[in-house]
Ligand binder design. Structure first.
Ligand SMILES: C[S@@+](CC[C@H](N)C(=O)[O-])C[C@H]1O[C@@H](n2cnc3c(N)ncnc32)[C@H](O)[C@@H]1O
Length: 322
């Protein structure tokens, strides 16, 4: 039973409000080490001038170092939610035992794959292991059959990641997950997904890149729509890649909607947040933009129930079906 005594409650509220500042501090600590590392990689006056003239390079490298340290904790915390989401066991932002919608499958776009913290969730081996570990909600034959039917085969994953500094670790995690034949890195931003020229000769093993509109079965966006440029346009663009009946699985942090005090607090945090967290924006109404991206046949999305009013970084979890 949860302890709801006043001191415990006060502590939880304080933690909720202060957590984002601790996160910022974790990032700030990585900055002093980032500059010398970049200068070592590109020594001399030329390297120093390049660093000064390209703040984006410093920001990407700083975020990369920070996320390498902080990402695993964030990933572990979110994993039960994300796995349930991809298995089709989420409704209204809440994880349930019953399978409610089809699992992720077919041709999948993983948006903002980063260094690959989520790659393993696409591996059959891992998904099978998960199913074996899960206690059936009832031991009946029907429930087992339901699970088997929900085992959608993933035929191709495109990991969309324009930051090439992340590709070496992304590729390592793809290999480790046994997905070398299935997972392909799309080395461009959303805006250039359909442009084979922009993919260049990146992945020569398979010829030209480029994805056709209306050809994708599932889109998975995990904590990345906060960081993409021109989000409304890019979300509409992604909508165009989904086939009719295709599904978009979302786990994103979004703008606070509790009361004016939390909205003001989040806006204040957001004065610092994008500077320290690689351009990540806290106050995006991402779910509204998703709703407006085009006609959906079904939307089931909500905030996970454990997130209370004092969470300055609230999330939305759910599936949009085209
Ligand atoms: C906060 S990180 C999240 C990475 C990963 N999803 C995770 O949870 O570890 C956001 C990612 O979005 C990527 N990104 C930035 N602009 C993008 C764009 N235009 N298209 C696709 N991804 C983009 C960034 O390079 C970064 O890897």
């Amino acid at each position: 039973m949860s302890d709801s005594s006043l001191p415990v409650r006060t502590l939880a509220v304080l933690r909720g409000l202060l957590d984002p500042w601790l996160f910022l501090w974790q990032s700030a600590k990585r900055l002093p080490g980032t500059v010398p590392a970049l200068l070592r990689a590109d020594p001399g006056l030329r390297g120093a001038l390049q660093l000064l003239s390209s703040p984006g390079r410093l920001r990407d490298a700083w975020f990369g170092r920070f996320w390498a340290a902080a990402g695993p904790g964030v990933q572990q915390g979110a994993e039960p939610l994300v796995l349930a989401l991809l298995e089709g066991r989420v409704t209204g932002g809440r994880v349930v035992d019953t399978l409610l919608s089809p699992a992720v499958g077919g041709t999948v776009l993983e948006i903002g794959a980063g260094s690959g913290f989520w790659v393993h969730v696409f591996s059959d081996r891992y998904r099978r292991h998960r199913r074996q570990q899960q206690k059936p909600s009832d031991s009946g034959e029907g429930s087992r059959r339901n699970e088997d039917e929900n085992e959608n085969v993933i035929t191709r994953v495109y990991g969309v990641e324009p930051n090439r500094a992340q590709h070496a670790s992304l590729r390592r995690r793809v290999e480790a997950a046994g997905l070398a034949d299935v997972y392909r890195i799309a080395p461009v931003g959303i805006e250039d997904l359909g442009d084979a020229e922009k993919w260049g000769r990146y992945d020569q093993g398979e010829g030209a890149g480029g994805i056709e509109k209306g050809s994708v079965d599932c889109i998975v966006s995990i904590l990345c729509l906060c960081s993409i440029p021109d989000p409304e346009r890019n979300i509409r663009e992604l909508y165009g890649y989904l086939r009719e009946g295709g599904r978009w699985y979302v786990y994103e942090h979004v703008r606070c909607d509790y009361g004016w005090h939390m909205r003001a607090y989040q806006r204040f945090l957001n004065l610092f947040w994008p500077v320290f967290i690689g351009g990540c924006q806290l106050c995006r109404p991402t779910v509204e933009w998703l709703r407006e991206a085009g006609p959906w046949s079904h939307i089931d999305v909500g905030q996970p129930p454990h997130e209370e009013w004092y969470h300055a970084i609230p999330h939305q979890l759910g599936v949009f079906t085209k």
